[in-house]
Design a protein around this ligand. Structure first.
Ligand SMILES: [Zn+2]
Length: 222
């Protein structure tokens, strides 16, 4: 029965590459487009003015098809994109592109950056956990939703650098056990670094020695 459904689904709703429109089996992009869109790189935290972070790993450049997918998931209710982004993370993992970075050399606790509760309720889902939860468990990392928002913040989108810092100032608190060794913060987008830095700062103040960041997309025209 499932195969009949799958055949009908493929005929009427074929999954296609979000960049070139070619039919694909999983994820968001065909293999050639994925190779063009991905931009796995480790940013030096000093270079992005994030003194409480050791480093920031970005997977895709935030532009073109990547930008459209993230905006669809964040602002237009495209929940299905979140699972597809998780599949893209697994593709990169299978190719060995996420392994072997210094943040993964010791026991790591993965903490998602919490979405503003009002926006999460409106959206019905959270991107950071949707994108990275299964990946983190497959890597045998500890997954802890250990940060909470203590006040409402405006979306960072469209704000200048200083406004972003002010917008998220003191907006988090630690509400779960994270240990004191390595924490990897995960988020959908890394732009100015203001949100990640704010989260890292409160974790470090709570005794965490090393805080790293991983984001699905960053840089580009964000
Ligand atoms: Zn394509």
């Amino acid at each position: 029965m499932q195969s009949v459904w799958r055949i009908l689904k493929d005929i009427f709703f074929p999954q296609v590459c979000f960049s070139c429109g070619k039919k694909i089996e999983s994820g968001l992009w065909c293999s050639p487009c994925e190779k063009k869109l991905r931009d796995v790189r480790l940013l030096d935290a000093a270079g992005c003015d994030c003194p409480d972070l050791e480093g920031v790993l970005l997977l895709f450049r935030y532009e073109g098809a990547v930008r459209r997918v993230l905006q669809g998931a964040k602002f237009h209710g495209r929940r299905g994109f979140v699972g597809c982004m998780a599949e893209e993370v697994q593709h990169l993992e299978r190719e060995g592109l996420i392994a072997g970075l210094p943040m993964f050399s010791q026991a790591t606790t993965v903490v998602p950056v919490p979405t503003d509760p009002e926006r999460a309720r409106h959206r019905g889902y959270e991107l950071p956990s949707g994108i990275f939860h299964d990946w983190a468990l497959a890597k045998h990392f500890y997954w802890r939703s250990a940060l909470s928002r203590v006040r409402h913040t405006k979306p960072q989108y469209g704000l200048g650098r200083h406004e972003r810092r002010a917008n998220v100032k003191d907006c988090f608190r630690v509400t779960g056990e994270v240990g004191t060794a390595n924490v990897l913060l995960v988020d959908d987008i890394f732009t100015s670094g203001a949100t990640m830095e704010e989260a890292a700062q409160i974790l470090r103040a709570g005794g965490v020695k090393h805080v790293w960041a991983l984001a699905f997309a960053g840089g580009g025209d964000s």
